[in-house]
Structure formats: structure tokens, C-alpha cells
Ligand binder design. Structure first.
Ligand code: HEM
Ligand SMILES: *[C@@H]1O[C@H](CO)[C@@H](O)[C@H](O)[C@H]1NC(C)=O
Ligand SMILES: *[C@@H]1O[C@H](CO)[C@@H](O)[C@H](O)[C@H]1NC(C)=O
Ligand SMILES: *[C@@H]1O[C@H](CO)[C@@H](O)[C@H](O)[C@H]1NC(C)=O
Length: 320
């Protein structure tokens, strides 16, 4: 009798457990489009290849779009939506305005997808694949992109302003920002290695040039020519002064010699708990590339819309 009751309780508990689970978002493996749209991945890869051949920085800009998508209510292509009468999108959020780029490349790829197989390939999956292909094109290692994301029907200016880390953050705030999304400090450092490619505007690092001490003086002097103490907000400098279009470990060697461009970059080698990892990555490129790839797969899994949630947008800028 007693064991029968226990069994019933156990059963009810089990049913409740299943029922109370949120529609668990489960991505599929990289073969998701093999039958649905066989040419999708090759077509995306060659479009990224030509965009990056035309302008190497585009690889960096495309990688960043995926990050800024995933950290704001999940990898749902919300960043691609233009403002509408019903909501203000994410493009004008502080971390994105005058800064995120590559939207035209995504739109071109989306048009190709709609010609190949209408209504099948989501904008969110395009962002994930394009990020991987960009890293590979600039010398990083490849990884298997999980697929099957669907696109949001809304976007959040407020979430973009609060969930994306600012370059003014110190180490503990950076760790908290990533831990809020389920990442360890170690994964945060690996992902920050993205800054081995791409550019930043003067407005994002001016304070570091003129007010901080943990900066190489020759580095600061050369940057000041590009980034005056006032004016020139949009002037660009490479995040990795050594090799801005190569996905290598120079970002980490730069930090060791106090040549991080952003305050947040240099914080990773500021005498805190992440110093040793920075030193290790500066000497072990393969380890960095592997850790980066793993962390990117994890980032690509942030709260995707799957099943019947969301939609496959036909135009990434607009809800259907
Ligand atoms: C750790 C916290 C991070 C902070 C505070 C941060 C901040 C920034 C800032 C301020 C810029 C320059 C933007 C501009 O001036 O327009 C930038 C650029 C960039 N970020 Fe980050 N970022 C972080 C992490 C990441 C992650 C995790 C990724 C990718 C996975 C990433 C990828 C990039 C790339 C590739 C660029 C260059 C973009 C281009 O040249 O168009 N960042 N980031
Ligand atoms: C705004 O919302 C209303 C009501 O839900 C809808 O009818 C309208 O099409 C939406 N407008 C846009 C531009 O999305
Ligand atoms: C964006 O750039 C424009 C043109 O340079 C400038 O007028 C505007 O203030 C910038 N916006 C922000 C938030 O930096
Ligand atoms: C880091 O920044 C946070 C938030 O601004 C602040 O509370 C904290 O004291 C700072 N920590 C250090 C070690 O400077």
C-alpha cells in the first residue's frame, strides 16, 4: 500500500515536472537544413567570403551582430528589426547606435535564402552561421553551428541597453554581466578574444587614453593622434593594434603589454582573477581558439525560439 502511494506521488510529481517545464528550446544539429534547404550553408559561406574579401572588418562586424542578438532576449534576430509604430527596436540602443554594422550583408544573404527556399531559413540562424564563417575566414577555427532557431516578432530597446556589457565595466562587473547569461568568467575571457578583430570608436576608449594608468605610454601617445580629448568621437582604432584582421591571440599578448584598447579589455589583465588565463591564451593559440569555439556554441544556444514559437521572417528587418 505504502509503496503504491509513493508510486502515485512519484507519478504526479513526474507529470507536474514535465508540465511545468517551459517549452524547452532545443536546437538541432548542423544538418538541420540538409533536407530543408540543401544549398543554404554553402550559399551563406560564399556570401561571407566575398563580403570579407571586400572589407576584412566586415567579418568582425558580423561576429558582433550575433553577440548583440544573443545577449538580448536570446538568439532570435531581434537586433535586425527596424523600429515600428508598436515598438522601438534595438538598433538605436546605446551599444548599437552608430556602431553595429553588416545589416546589408545579412539582408543580401536573406534574399538569397528566400530565392532558394522561401520561408525556411531564419534570420537568427543566418546570424549564427555568418558569425562562424566570419571567424573562419579571418583565421579562427571552425565549429558546428546548431540550427533551428526561429525569429522574434518583437525587439527590446531596454533589454539591449541593460544586457549588453559596456566598455566602462570593471572585471567584477564584466563577470557579473556574463554570469547573468550563464557564462563563467573563463568563458567571458575566451569570448572577449573576439576583440582580436575589428575596430572601436574613439568615444568608447577616450577616457582610458587620458585618465588611466594601466596603459602603455607609447600606445596611448599614438592613439591620442586619432582620438583627441574632445571631438572625433567616431574616429576608429583597431581593438587589436597588432593584427586587426587576423583571428589570432595577439589581443591577449597586447593585454599583457598594457595595450588593450578598451577599459573592459585591459580589466582582464588588471591584477585580478583572470590574469593567468590571459597569459595562457597569449602563448597558446590553439587553446584560445578551442575555448572560443566552445563558448560560441554555448552563446548560440541562448534562449532560442523553436518549434512553433516566433516565425521565419521573410525580411529580417520586419515581422511578417
Ligand atoms: C566582454 C564584454 C564586451 C564589451 C564591454 C564589448 C564592447 C565593445 C565595444 C565598445 C566595441 C566598439 C564599438 C564601437 O566603437 O562602435 C566592440 C567591438 C567589437 N566587439 Fe565587443 N564587447 C564585449 C564582448 C564581445 C563579445 C563577447 C564579442 C563576440 C562574441 C564581441 C565582438 C566584438 C567585435 C568583433 C567588435 C568589432 C566590431 C567591428 O569592427 O565592427 N565583443 N565591443
Ligand atoms: C501594431 O500593432 C497592431 C495591433 O496589434 C497591428 O494591427 C499593427 O499591424 C502593428 N503595426 C506594425 C507596424 O507592426
Ligand atoms: C551618432 O552619430 C551621429 C553622426 O555623427 C551623431 O550626431 C550622434 O550624436 C551619434 N549618436 C550617438 C548616440 O552617439
Ligand atoms: C566595479 O564596479 C562596480 C560597479 O560600478 C563597483 O560597485 C565595484 O566597487 C567595482 N569594483 C572594483 C574592484 O573596482
Amino acid at each position: 500500500m505504502a509503496s503504491n502511494t509513493a508510486l502515485k506521488i512519484c507519478f504526479v510529481f513526474f507529470v507536474c515536472l514535465i508540465a511545468s517545464r517551459p517549452a524547452l528550446a532545443q536546437l538541432s544539429n548542423q544538418n538541420y537544413y540538409a533536407t530543408r534547404c540543401p544549398k543554404a550553408l554553402d550559399t551563406i559561406k560564399s556570401a561571407v567570403k566575398s563580403a570579407v574579401a571586400k572589407e576584412a572588418r566586415m567579418g568582425a562586424s558580423l561576429l558582433r551582430l550575433h553577440f548583440h542578438d544573443c545577449f538580448v532576449n536570446g538568439c532570435d534576430a531581434s537586433i535586425l528589426l527596424d523600429d515600428t509604430a508598436n515598438f522601438t527596436g534595438e538598433k538605436t540602443a546605446f551599444p548599437n547606435v552608430n556602431s553595429t554594422r553588416g545589416f546589408d550583408v545579412i539582408d543580401t544573404i536573406k534574399s538569397k535564402m528566400e530565392k532558394l527556399c522561401p520561408g525556411v531559413v531564419s534570420c537568427a540562424d543566418i546570424l549564427a552561421v555568418v558569425a562562424r564563417d566570419s571567424v573562419v575566414k579571418l583565421g579562427g577555427r571552425s565549429w558546428q553551428v546548431q540550427l533551428g532557431r526561429r525569429d522574434s516578432t518583437t525587439a527590446s530597446l531596454n533589454a539591449a541597453n541593460t544586457n549588453l556589457p559596456a566598455p566602462t565595466l570593471n572585471l567584477s562587473a564584466l563577470i557579473t554581466s556574463f554570469s547573468n547569461k550563464g557564462f563563467t568568467a573563463k568563458e567571458m575571457v575566451a569570448l572577449s578574444g573576439s576583440h582580436t578583430i575589428g575596430q572601436a570608436r574613439c568615444v568608447t576608449f577616450r577616457n582610458r587614453l587620458y585618465n588611466e594608468n594601466d596603459i602603455s605610454s607609447s600606445f596611448a601617445t599614438s592613439l591620442k593622434a586619432q582620438c583627441p580629448s574632445s571631438g572625433g568621437d567616431n574616429n576608429l582604432s583597431p581593438l587589436d593594434i597588432t593584427s586587426p584582421t587576423s583571428f589570432d591571440s595577439a589581443y591577449f599578448s597586447n593585454l599583457v603589454s598594457q595595450k588593450g584598447l578598451l577599459h573592459s579589455d585591459q580589466q582582464l589583465f588588471s591584477g585580478g582573477s583572470t590574469n593567468a588565463q590571459v597569459t595562457t591564451y597569449s602563448k597558446n593559440l590553439d587553446l584560445f581558439k578551442n575555448d572560443f569555439a566552445k563558448a560560441m556554441v554555448k552563446m548560440g544556444g541562448l534562449s532560442p525560439l523553436t518549434g512553433s514559437a516566433g516565425q521565419i521572417r521573410t525580411n529580417c528587418k520586419r515581422v511578417n
